[in-house]
Write a protein that binds this ligand. Structure first.
Ligand code: NAD
Length: 326
């Protein structure tokens, strides 16, 4: 018998790629999301369009035995969505509610293993003030002081999942994603994250042109290609390690350098105009000590390889969007 899985957030970026991975491994997969996949990236055997804040919708997903649940649904976006403060109530309410629902319904249906996608945003702001030396080892998360309400909700939900492990012996797995990027991710509209936004701006700019970057561009981040993220998630699920564990890259760089890297891929001379905008922490990098030790995992490709694929895909999207306008 094939293993069965539900992927929550299958209409989203990472969830869509995860569905494809599970299918390639022979799983029967049910995807669920409040919306269909924007780019048609969905090979799920069954795809339910439904709101996971509604417990009745969650219940209906379990009309057959389910071995594994992957909970990736969340009300989320890039800095322009998460760090302005304008969406805080929605982010906390929506994500907490669907986590409470999916965890409880999975328990009631004796799901064998459940994965929860947490975030690097759980780490305290006080350890991420120095752009060159941020601290994001898993055991530095307390005393807690995430810099966003999104991070607080992730921390609450991590604890929620851990209580289900403690009190109900549920097999929980928790990964803390660090800036995942790649094709078929949101690339415009305000919810896009840094790599997609930079690729879009460079794709739309003329050679010798200028693009806008929030802040002085010296804030640092690391970025993980989506296929690597999915591979790490699968490794974690196959292991007996509970987590939370970082799933990210240690190749940290300032945003200005990210722009230069994309400009080089595009073969364009691009100038940067720094403008005020929501920034998040000053520096952030994945610390992969624990995941190397527990799962023998590390990213297999450098950042520029993933960026080449992403830039190519976003260039195609920009061209398609221009055709529609014409
Ligand atoms: P995404 O926004 O593309 O996917 C999330 C999906 O959840 C969306 O398709 C959305 O429609 C769906 N969703 C939201 N509310 C829902 C509801 N009430 N009912 C059903 N579906 C609902 O985001 P992503 O980048 O694929 O991220 C997946 C998960 O990983 C999220 O939990 C996110 O917080 C976490 N994460 C992502 C990153 C990253 O860099 N992409 C970093 C850290 C953590």
């Amino acid at each position: 018998m094939n293993k069965t899985a539900i992927v929550c957030g299958a209409g989203g970026f990472i969830g869509g790629h995860l569905v494809n991975q599970l299918k390639s491994e022979g799983y029967w997969v049910r995807g669920v999301d409040i919306k269909a996949h924007e780019y048609g990236n969905n090979n799920a055997d069954d795809f339910v369009v439904g709101d996971l804040r509604d417990f009745e919708v969650c219940k209906a997903l379990f009309d057959r035995p389910i071995d594994e649940v992957y909970q990736l649904a969340a009300d989320m976006g890039g800095a322009g969505y998460l760090f302005t403060g304008d969406n805080d109530a929605a982010v906390m309410h929506n994500s907490a509610l669907l986590n409470l629902n999916m965890l409880e319904i999975s328990r009631l249906n004796n799901v064998k293993k459940i994965f929860y996608s947490s975030s690097a945003c759980v780490y305290p702001e006080y350890n991420q003030m120095d752009a060159d030396n941020p601290k994001c080892a898993e055991n530095t998360v307390y005393p807690a002081e995430p810099d966003s309400e999104y991070g607080w909700e992730k921390l609450f939900s991590e604890r929620l999942y851990l209580t289900y492990h403690k009190n109900y012996s549920m097999e929980v797995r928790i990964g803390r994603f660090h800036n995942i990027f790649g094709p078929q991710g949101t690339w415009d509209g305000g919810k896009e994250k840094v790599p997609a936004a930079v690729c879009r701006k460079v794709a739309q700019a003329v050679d010798g042109g200028e693009i806008e970057v929030w802040g002085d561009g010296k804030q640092t981040r690391s970025f993980l290609f989506v296929h690597e993220c999915v591979e790490a998630v699968r490794r974690l699920m196959k292991s007996d390690f509970l987590g939370p564990v970082n799933i990210g890259s240690e190749e940290m760089l300032p945003i200005n350098d990210l722009v230069h890297m994309v400009a080089k891929i595009a073969n364009k001379d691009i100038k940067i105009k720094h403008i005020p905008g929501p920034l998040g922490v000053r520096g952030r990098n994945s610390d992969n000590t624990l995941i190397r030790e527990k799962l023998d995992w590390a990213p297999s490709q450098p950042l520029h390889e993933g960026l080449e694929k992403t830039y190519q895909w976003i260039t195609e999207q920009v061209a398609k969007a221009n055709e529609v306008v014409i």
